[in-house]
Structures are given as C-alpha cells and as structure tokens.
Design a protein around this ligand. Structure first.
Ligand code: SF4
Ligand code: SF4
Length: 481
C-alpha cells in the first residue's frame, strides 16, 4: 500500500491516484472549482495548489502520488498562490452576491473569504459580459459570474453525453455557449449543471429569486418519478422562517429538489423530472371524504367503506405502485385476504419525456412497483364482470374501464373528477407528509422523511387499512373474494 505525508501526517492512498483525491478522502481541505469527482481532470482553475516539499507548488488535482512524497496543503507559498488566483478569477466578476441565488452555497464566496479577503488590486474597469443568457427553457446563464471552470461543459460531454455545451472564443472573451445546432432542452439531465456550477452562473428559472437558501432546509427523500428511486433532497422553508405574512402555501411548499449523492442508486445525479417534483406536489389536494360525491366526515366514509367490504361478494383491489413498503405491508396484512389484488401503474410516461435510457431514467414511472409486485404478484389486472367492489388505491385508473355497476372505493390524494364518481372516496396523505421506504427496481430500499405538515381531513393509508378491517368492523366478517 502506497503512503504519503500530508502536512506531516502519514496517510494511505488506497485506490486514489492524485494528491487531491487522497487529501479529500482523508479529511484534508483543499479548495477546488474545476475538479469534480465524476468528471475528467482539466486543472484550469489552479486553486487546488499544494506544495510538494522540495519540488515547489503545483495543482493537487493532477499531481500523481509517489510513495513517501510529502505535501503541504496550507503553507505560505500555497496560500499566496491561491490568493493570486482568486484575485485573477475575480478580475471581471461582478461580485453581486446580494442578488445571486448561489449566495450561501457558493465556493467562490467561501474561498474568497478563506484565502483572499481583500478588494481587487486591479485598478482597471471590469469587463462586462452577457447577463441572463437563455441557455434553455430551464436554465439561464450569467456570463459575468462564470469562472470558466468547464464543469458544465464536461458534464454534457462525459455524463449526460448530450454534447450540448462548449466554450467559445479565448481569454476574457471566452463564453459558455450551446454548440451550434444543439439545445440544452434536449438533455434530460441538464439541471445537474446548476448544482455543479461552483458559482452563480447557471440559474434555475423555476427557482430564480424564489428563496434565499439559508431560509430553506433539505429533507432526505426518494424521487417517485421512476423505478430508479433516486435519492434526493426536498428543500422547504425552515420552521423558524415560516412567516405569517407569507401565503401558507409558500411557507410549506417544496421549493426545489436536488440530488443527494447515493453511490448505490444515482451517484450524485438526478434527471430533470426529479427537479420538477414541486409541480407534481403542488397539484390541488383532496382533503374531503366523499360518499357518492357528497361530503362526509372521514370516520363516516370509513364506516361506509367497511359496509361495502362486508356486503360485496367478489372484490378486486388495484394496488398503488406509489404506496410505501410500510403501506403495502399494512394492506396485505389487513385487507389482503379480502381482495384479489393486482398492482397497477399509477403513472405512465408523459408525452415527450425520455422513457428510458442507460444512465438513470427507467420506463416504469412509479417508485415502488418492485415491492408491490413482491407482495401481490406481477399479473396484469383482470376484473371479472361479476365483481361487486373495486378498491382503487392511487392514480392511474379510468373508472370507465371498470365493470358497469361495480361499487368503487377510491383512496386518493388529489382533487380529481373521479373522487365524486366513487361510492366512497377517502383522502390519503402523500409522500412528503409521512415517512417510509421504497424499493427500487434493483431491490435497493431507500427511506424518505416527512417534510410537509399533515393535512386536516386526510389519513395515512398505513393507518387506514387496519381501520377498514378493524375488529368490530363489518369487513372482518367478510370472506375472501
Ligand atoms: S457556467 Fe459554471 S460550471 Fe459552467 S464553466 Fe462557468 S462557472 Fe463553470
Ligand atoms: S431518474 Fe427517475 S427516480 Fe431519478 S430523478 Fe429521474 S425520475 Fe426521479
């Protein structure tokens, strides 16, 4: 095993091949803009300089390891060179942190205070460049803030392979621009460049000026957009920053979704569909239980549903592939004997979306099909004409396809016309209001946490299922379908 000395401390290098990798893996801080663990090494920002004792200063991202080498990460020559590089990088930078969405998450801001901290030594006027360049329908580019690290360019070449972005011109005229004839709109992973841009040059249109990041906090979760089940973070307002003067929806909504690195599932990336989850979650919610379209109390709806279960002979359940592992088990344990159950897709691919690729996106647009099929089988739904009760759990069922005259017990979360067409409609909570687990298509189980308040009038499916078959409830006396 190769060992090197960093700041006088012996460390083993493991599988790593450069000083930067070894240092970061062993807890030594080395600033870096252009280097990214998933991208090729270009060494153009020059702030990751370290001192190779006896050999002088060089960039750590491209410094190969040799057994016994001695490296200093914070010596005087190192700090002097980093300061010079930051002065250079900031020569034409607008330093408009006060109105920049990246403020609070910006490496340039952090490194400036750590290694520079002084006003510009240049007396020349700053060169101006393009502001608000429309890079795509989703992203705008501020060329004045761009430090030309080329992370975004390498992402489209090496990860998403859309080859959309390039650098044109030279020197202080250099610009990130889409390659001729290509559009970033065609890259279903484009928004990852917003995350990996170390400064505030690449900006999400949907998040632009929506919130300062220090008012928000992330909750770890799982993207329900497809069977990959990417690990994500839902960003929402901190409790102490929910303001009475703000619309309640603004206080509690998910403001943005970012990737949470998970080497077993998605690495550090997610697709744009995952970023768009706030739109999905912002749909009007159903919070009122209904009986043939008429409002009733939740308990009344549950009582009536028990009665339906008791009276019906042949019963079929269409099980949600958006139910959590816990909810699916609760259904099987409480109601599994009363129904012939089929797993249905709650969501199908939308028109125009990438259905499947070899990076992350899966054709199954539901997060928990695997766990549901493990419990209820893989057979396609068959509903005999003499079925007397269909329990529909979640979205994706056209009531017009169900047998005529069948009673319908519908468990849903959204304000849909179908709610009023069911014999009983019971509103249930959504993923962001409860905790649980999903099992992705490869069998990896991932947890998600609640990050939004539970709505009044809404019940968790996991709580509901035992109530529908509770002792004393008429459902407990029913036979299997
Ligand atoms: S836009 Fe951001 S990621 Fe792209 S080159 Fe400029 S600073 Fe780097
Ligand atoms: S690949 Fe699938 S799970 Fe991952 S972010 Fe996209 S839609 Fe969500």
């Amino acid at each position: 095993m190769t060992a090197i000395f960093i700041n006088g401390q012996s460390v083993e290098t493991g599988d790593h091949t450069t000083v930067l990798q070894v240092a970061l893996a062993n807890g030594f801080h080395i600033p870096h803009f252009c280097w990214h663990p998933e991208l090729s090494v270009v060494g153009n920002c020059r702030v990751c300089v370290v001192e190779h004792e006896g050999r002088g200063v060089g960039i750590a991202c491209n410094m190969p390891i040799s057994d016994g080498m001695r490296v200093l990460t914070d010596s005087e020559p190192v700090r002097a060179q980093r300061k010079a590089m930051l002065q250079f990088i900031l020569l034409n930078h607008p330093v408009d942190c006060g109105i920049c969405d990246k403020a609070g998450e910006c490496s340039l801001q952090d490194y400036h205070y750590e290694y520079n901290g002084e006003t510009a030594i240049s007396g020349d006027a700053k060169l101006h460049s393009t502001k608000f360049f429309p890079l795509s329908e989703r992203i705008i580019l501020d060329n004045e803030r761009c430090i030309l690290c080329s992370r975004c360019v390498r992402f489209t070449r090496e990860i998403s392979k859309s080859n959309v972005l390039g650098l044109e011109n030279r020197g202080d005229s250099m610009l990130v621009r889409p390659a001729e004839g290509r559009s970033l709109d065609d890259d279903p992973y484009s928004d990852n460049v917003i995350d990996i841009c170390p400064v505030g040059a690449l900006l999400s249109r949907s998040f632009l000026y929506q919130a300062r990041v220090w008012y928000l906090e992330p909750t770890p979760s799982v993207c329900p957009g497809c069977a990959r089940g990417c690990t994500v973070q839902f960003w929402h307002r901190k409790a102490e920053w929910r303001l009475s003067g703000l619309d309640e929806r603004h206080n509690t909504r998910v403001h943005r979704v970012t990737a949470l690195e998970n080497p077993r599932v998605n690495g550090p990336w997610i697709c744009n569909k995952g970023r768009d989850l706030p739109e999905l979650l912002d749909r009007p919610r159903a919070t009122q239980a209904l009986q043939k379209g008429a409002p009733v109390s939740l308990m009344q709806a549950i009582e009536t549903a028990r009665g339906l279960l008791d009276q019906a002979g042949k019963r079929v359940a269409l099980v949600s592939s958006w139910g959590s592992n816990e909810e699916l088990r609760a259904f099987r344990n409480s109601l599994g004997d009363y129904f012939t159950s089929f797993v249905k897709p709650d969501h199908l691919p939308l028109e125009g979306e990438v259905v499947e690729d070899d990076l992350l996106i899966r054709a199954d647009k539901n997060p928990n099909t695997r766990a549901a099929q493990d419990l209820f089988g893989t057979a396609a739904a068959e509903i005999p004409d003499d079925t007397e009760l269909v329990l529909v759990w979640g979205e994706g069922v056209d009531f017009g396809t169900l047998p005529r005259g069948v009673k319908i017990l519908f468990l849903g979360s959204w304000l849909l016309p179908e709610n009023g067409h069911a014999d009983v409609f019971i509103p249930i909570s959504i993923q962001t209001e409860r905790r649980g687990h999903y099992t992705n298509f490869e069998g990896v189980v991932s947890p998600f946490e609640a990050c939004q308040p539970h709505r009044d009038g809404v019940i968790d499916a996991e709580t509901l299922f035992p109530l529908l078959s509770a002792p004393g409830g008429s459902a407990s006396g029913g036979g299997a379908a």
